[in-house]
Design a protein around this ligand. Sequence first.
Ligand code: SAM
Length: 404
Amino acid sequence: MLNSPLSPSSTELVISILDMVLSEGKPLDRAYSVHFSGLQLAPSELARITKVTGDMLRRLNLYCFLSDVKPDEISRLGTRLMNAWHMFHGLELPKLEYSLPLSEAEYVTRLEEAKKQAALWDGCPQWLEDMGQAQLGDNWPKERAALTLPPKRFIRANTLKCTRDELGKKLRNEQVQTQIVEGVETALEVTSDAALFRTESFKKGWFEQQDAGSQLVASAVDAKPGMRVIDACAGAGGKTLSIAAQMQGKGRLLAMDVEQWKLDSLKQRARRANASNIETRLIASSKTIKRLKLSADRVLLDVPCSGLGVLKRNPDAKWRDTAERLPVLVELQKHILHSYSRMVKVGGILVYATCSIMPEENRDQIDAFLVENTHFRLLEDDTISVADSGFDGFYMARLERIAE
Ligand SMILES: C[S@@+](CC[C@H](N)C(=O)[O-])C[C@H]1O[C@@H](n2cnc3c(N)ncnc32)[C@H](O)[C@@H]1O
């Protein structure tokens, strides 16, 4: 994880970021931007801070158990928690002016106890353990363990501007090391701690940061030049931009969402990427969807979901009300699938996707949909396992519309 302890000031920063996420409920990204804005930290120190904070959140209950600190005590007892983190990773303790002690003997007793509890060892809250066991059974422990690992950094070569090989060479000249990701045509894994977004390659729109699993979902759309394609839950356009590259700028790509600010951000990214065939449209009411009835060769529904496949990247979701929100999300997914599928023309393909690995949001939704919608047939589906792929976890199903 690290090969030397955090400095006292970086330790304080981690404690403050954790406190903002856990006590104030702020999203992790927001907590980073609040804490980092105006700071003159070297990119390598920023990387160390985000590595430690991410790991802390991935296994928070383990570190809390080892230090005998509760998540809501972090502002007061955070130094003790940080000491436990350093001991766990075999590092000297940070040289803080004031730090609550954690004796070696107490730590070792707790460590031995933790080793006997697999879910605790993997930093898994009880609600998630119950859900994983119920929905994934024997496959759950390996996914649970994989979700404790730091996320890899992947980028997608923007084939509207360059090939993947050209991008790899150009980045090497900019001191960024990458390697090819087997099985994902456009993906490179970034293997050095580089300030990616300061590179010329990024400024010129040669790549986007995008998980390799997300790239696989976008490629399941299989959009061809000249087609009419709708990305109906486009957000800020991670997958829309991938699809635009598949279409080589030819045909019509309509990106829709219920949040205008996300579509505005998509437009900016599209300009940088030279993706000229994207049109954005806010979904203001059900009429927006009805007007597009039977109009598209491809429709991607990358629906709102629990995010339980992307916990490596967004580990704060483990410590939020994700379980309580799930039934609401499942209903919304059902609604989007039933209503938005009307936009697919006969012979066209509907791709349903989530960044969850839980069948309730995935295959169960498709099975229920097919019972009531016999004018669709399932072509294939796949769950990208976090453990088997090393990517984020996703689900995708491809359905063909066979009649009106
Ligand atoms: C999983 S995110 C999409 C991520 C995006 N496709 C990407 O690759 O970056 C789901 C999106 O669905 C949007 N959304 C929520 N409710 C919706 C609805 N009823 N109709 C369409 N989009 C909706 C959210 O605003 C969010 O941007």
